[in-house]
Design a binder for this molecule. Structure first.
Ligand SMILES: NC(=O)c1ccc[n+]([C@@H]2O[C@H](COP(=O)([O-])OP(=O)(O)OC[C@H]3O[C@@H](n4cnc5c(N)ncnc54)[C@H](OP(=O)(O)O)[C@@H]3O)[C@@H](O)[C@H]2O)c1
Length: 359
């Protein structure tokens, strides 16, 4: 039986690492990683090579010819680039078309939200999706809700700090908005099913584990840890004010992450916390097929089991290998052409336009 050749972009990253694991569990896949030359020596890449992953050296910002070369004889491309690198997938998609790739999975992997002015990050991704469709490149878009790993608050004792990236100690609104969550480690297991499933070709898939409110997550963590967690409710108006301020601060290009990171964090709170976008019902309304419909036999990692490992001190932290230099933080280059493209597809509106557009 011929194997399916899958090329991963961002295999050394968090989402990419999960997907590499999911694919390597099934011998039907022959796994390739597109790695920029400066990262080939990264321990994560070395470890993947030891597990049989073939490295193709190439930078998404390199020539089209080098991208087409990197995609030679690849069946499926899965891209997991970071928020600031979304537009770099446009030349990748063009090269995939030229190389005859049979399925392109662009970097979705976020919460459910409608396109066009609610979330900057969603719109960065939608620009790429539109290009894929203009190329008539076969695709599957996969979103995953909120990672388990980012969903729970800090404990006063500090004993879960080792696994966290921020204190995450804000409850949006009244904390009763249901939101879909997924274990980062399960994303790869979902992808291993989705990319060989004909039902998901040219479709959007919502792969999620469970749906909980923030209040439910707090209660569960209190129960497991036997610690009381202080509630810090952020009223709807404060979220609107933050979104507005962050949008205004990030209006000018080139994008400065000091400004746009607060913007996309505030817009996440607006979308999943206030509007309630990130749930299976709304996903279906937007045209997604859900993982529950596609794979009723899939056993997701249980959230309570995951939280127990966090409290026990045995969970794996995320982004533990990151050192972001100040120089890098301040220079996310966006080209003139990608800016004008962005404005063409999603004309800029007043910052406040989408704020009060409830569903
Ligand atoms: N649902 C959620 O809760 C959630 C949470 C976080 C992120 N996300 C989403 O997941 C996506 C992936 O994020 P992540 O945090 O997993 O990513 P990440 O860990 O930052 O990894 C990004 C990867 O992209 C690679 N890359 C970037 N530019 C490249 C280039 N020019 N050429 C080749 N490779 C390049 C990087 O390679 P190097 O190794 O060379 O740096 C890195 O391996 C994001 O777009 C974000 O929207 C979702």
């Amino acid at each position: 039986m011929s194997r399916t050749r899958v090329l991963l972009v961002g295999a050394a990253g968090e989402t990419g690492g999960s997907i590499a694991n999911g694919l390597l569990e099934n011998p039907i896949f022959e796994v390739y990683a597109l790695v920029r030359p400066r990262s080939v020596q990264k321990p994560a890449i070395q470890r993947l090579q030891e597990r049989g992953v073939h490295v193709r050296r190439c930078d998404l910002r390199g020539s089209e010819e080098s991208l087409v070369d990197a995609l030679t004889e690849i069946d499926v491309v899965v891209s997991c680039v970071g928020p600031a690198e979304q537009q770099d997938q446009i030349p990748l998609a063009r090269a995939a078309k030229k190389a005859g790739v049979k399925r392109f999975v662009p970097c979705g992997f976020i919460t459910i939200a409608p396109p066009g002015g609610i979330m900057w990050l969603r719109d960065e991704k939608e620009t790429v999706y539109n290009h894929i469709k203009q190329l008539a490149l076969p695709y599957t878009i996969v979103d995953v809700g909120w990672w388990y790993q980012l969903s729970y608050p800090r404990l006063e004792s500090g004993r879960v700090d080792y696994a966290m990236t921020t204190a995450n100690n804000e409850i949006v609104g009244d904390g009763n908005t249901p939101t879909a969550i997924t274990d980062l480690r399960d994303i790869g297991r979902y992808i291993a099913r989705i990319v060989i499933d004909n039902r998901t070709l040219n479709k959007m898939v919502f792969a999620y584990n469970t749906v909980l409110t923030q209040n439910e997550i707090y209660h569960l963590l209190e129960e497991i840890s036997e610690e009381k967690i202080q509630r810090n409710y952020i009223p709807e108006e404060t979220v609107y004010t933050r979104v507005l301020a962050a949008r205004q601060a990030s209006e000018t290009y080139p994008f400065d992450p000091v400004k746009f990171i607060p913007r996309y964090l505030a817009e996440y709170q607006l979308s999943w916390g206030i509007r309630g976008d990130n749930n299976p019902e709304f996903a279906k309304y937007l045209g997604y097929i859900t993982s529950k419909e596609l794979y009723p036999d899939f056993k997701p990692t249980d959230f309570k089991d995951y939280l127990e490992t966090v409290v026990r001190g045995t969970a794996k932290g995320i982004y533990t290998d990151r050192i972001i230099s100040r120089a890098h933080q301040r220079s996310f280059p966006r080209t003139e052409s990608s800016d004008s493209l962005y404005t063409r597809i999603f004309p800029r509106t007043e910052s406040s336009d989408s704020l009060y557009m409830s569903r």
